[in-house]
Structures are given as structure tokens and as C-alpha cells.
Design a binder for this molecule. Sequence first.
Ligand SMILES: *Cc1c(COP(=O)(O)O)cnc(C)c1O
Length: 435
Amino acid sequence: MQYYSTNGKINNKSLKEAVIEGLAEDNGLFMPNEIKPLPDSFFENIDQLSFQEIAFEVAKQFFGGDIPSDDLKEIVFDTLSFDCPVVEVENNIWSLELFHGPTAAFKDVGGRFMARMLRYFLQNENRKVNVLAATSGDTGSAVANGFLGVDGIHVYVLYPKGKVSEIQEKQFTTLGQNITAIEVDGTFDDCQKLVKQAFLDEELNSKLLLTSANSINVARFLPQAFYYFHAYAQLKKQGKLNGELVVAVPSGNFGNLTAGLFAQKMGLPISQFIAANNENDVVYQYLQEGDYHPKQSVETIANAMDVGNPSNFARILDLYKEQWNVIRSNIAGARFSDAQINSTINSVYAETGYILDPHGACGYQALKDQLKNDQPGIFLETAHPAKFIETVEAVIGDGKVTIPDRLLQFMKGEKQSIELARSFDLFSQLLTNEH
Ligand SMILES: *Cc1c(COP(=O)(O)O)cnc(C)c1O
């Protein structure tokens, strides 16, 4: 499969090139030339397949022409060492729990897959690869943990100082080895800007081999399609698909939602998506009015969605040839203030006993507000509530959230990070000096 850039100046890149380059040289995002639909027979029997088997079939449509089947199978099976179950929260509303991986957020799927794919492509490469990841909280940990201890790869995690939760921060600042955490005096958008600038800087790229582990990387975002199919398979197996399926996706940089759109293009019967935003609502505004105005991000309690200029929006525009009417007929919008998020966490816990995290709460509430009678709806529960324990317990009461052992282990480590002002020159120096 070949890849082109959403900015239109680059095309015919191989998968390997697209994965290693991350961002296209014209500053666009890579897109596969083709989205191959899966056959009807696959959907008829999907409820008989395991998560890993489903994911392998999906992966072959994208990567099958570039990676031998056995190798691809190993990458997929090894990535998905945990399940993504759907759990009924109330009548017709299911939570797709994406937090059962090592760092307790959905980004484990893409992070682990990308680490394995990059390792596969670099097995005969002598040069050291530097992976740059800007994080609003959960990418850093998923990517760092996916790459921890992998020879020939060094990971730099850039995160906004003081704007991630303690557990999130510990998950990528305590690892040591080939992981360096950089604490940026700014917002997530500033971190993302530094990373993008690094890819476009000729001098830096002549010295270092750089790649991106953000959802701009196709190896990060395409695997996120896997669990949409698996969610569908689980509801089919339980005989719950009586109406047209609606899927609500808590969204920040829009990688997760874009992967869902790819799944739909491959034939997965989803009738409607809802993009659930916090107060960072530039896509919500676009869906209402047709104009797209990136903004500075504002801080919210759903911090992993504090993105004012979502990268993957370029992919959505490309997918639908910028036709606003087509986009808004497929993707409805929703936006929630911190007060609304708190109120949702509170009422869902009181009425059902289910504990939402602040991101999942946006997805849940979007379904609750927009589902029509008897329509089945799934929202993506993108992180374990323990990752935001201060926020969640402030609403539902102390001691209510059980912290999984794997998160407790991270809490024991010692934080190590490098502080950085919002300056590309200083960032560039830091990267070059480390070598
Ligand atoms: C990253 C993240 C999101 C946003 O996902 P995007 O793919 O960037 O839209 C939502 N919730 C959590 C918990 C996250 O970590």
C-alpha cells in the first residue's frame, strides 16, 4: 500500500517510509491510497472470532501488502495482550472499555502496535531512531512503555508542565533507560508544535533520524480501528444489534475517531458517530457552522482532550473531500463543560454504580443526549478512572476508585524529567546534545 500526504505534495510513499517519517515533508498527514472493504462473510462470522483474530483481518487490509502474514500476525497478537470488553452501563448504552492495557488508556493499542512495527522495520537498520511524542497525558505513557528497553530506539516524551495528572506523569517520567521525559513550559499544543517543527527542520534531520509517535503516525492511528470491529462483534454475539449503531468518541486530537471512520469505510455498520468534546470545541463549532478556527487550548478536567488544533482533523477533511454536509451527516457533535462532566460522573455512579473517567463521561453523555429510542449506543471509555482519581473521587467520594496494581507500580517510581522553555532552538540543542 502506498501513502499520500493530506497536503497533496507528497505521494507514493511506502508504509515503511510513512511510519519512519511520521509527518510528511509537506507538513501533511499520511493517508493510505486505498481503504479496502472487508467481505460480507467477515461480518457474518465476526462474532465467532477472537479480538486478535478480528484485528489480524483488519490489519491485513492495511498492512498485508507490506509485511509478510506471519510477521504481521505476531505484531497484532503481541500488541493485543489484553481485552477491550463492552460493558452494559444501562439499557442500550455500552461502555467499550479501552483501559485494560499496561498504562490503562486506549493509547496502549496504538502505542504497542507502533513500537512493534517500527522494531520490525528497523531490524536491519544501523542508525539509532529517535521517537518524539507530544502528550496531553496518555500518549506519553503508552508510547514510552511500548518502546521501553527496545534497542536502537530512544523516546522523547514532551508534556505540558503541571497539566497532566500525577499518575499520568509517573507513567513516563519514572522509566529511565531509553526514555527521556521533557517537561515543557506551555500547553499540549506547544509540545505538538515543537515536535512538528523538529520534523521539518533540515539541520536537525541531517543529524538525527527522527520519527513521530503521535496519532499523526499511521502505525499509531490505524490500529485503533481494531476495537471498533471487536465492539461490534461483542454486541452481535449478545444479540443486541437491534437498531442502527451509534458510537460516541471522546475526542481531542481526533485520532481515535478517525480510526472509527476508517472502520466504517471498511464496511463496519456504524450509522452515526458523535464527536464528544470538552470545552476545547473547535471541531464542534465546525460541525455546527462549517468554519474551522483553531484556538489556544484551555485546561479542563478531561485533560487528554485539551487540544485546540487537532492534527487528525486534516484526515477527516481529506476522507470526505472537505464536504461539510457529508461530514456532519456522519459525525454529530457534542461539547461539555467541566461542571457537566462532573455531573455526569455523579449521576451515572448514583444510578448505575458504573464509574466513568472524565473523558468517557463526555462520550456517555453525548449518547444519552442524542440516542433515539431503542438505538444501541457504544461510548469509548478511553482511560481507567484511577488515572484521574482526584477528579473522580471529588465527585463520587473518597476511596471509591480501585487503583489497578499496574498503576500502583508506577506510583512507586522516582520522577525524572528535563525542563524546557517553549523554544525550538533549546529543544533542538537538547536533542543534539543528548547524542
Ligand atoms: C488521548 C485521549 C483522548 C483523545 O483521543 P484522540 O485520539 O486524541 O482524539 C481521549 N481520552 C483519553 C483518556 C485520552 O488519553
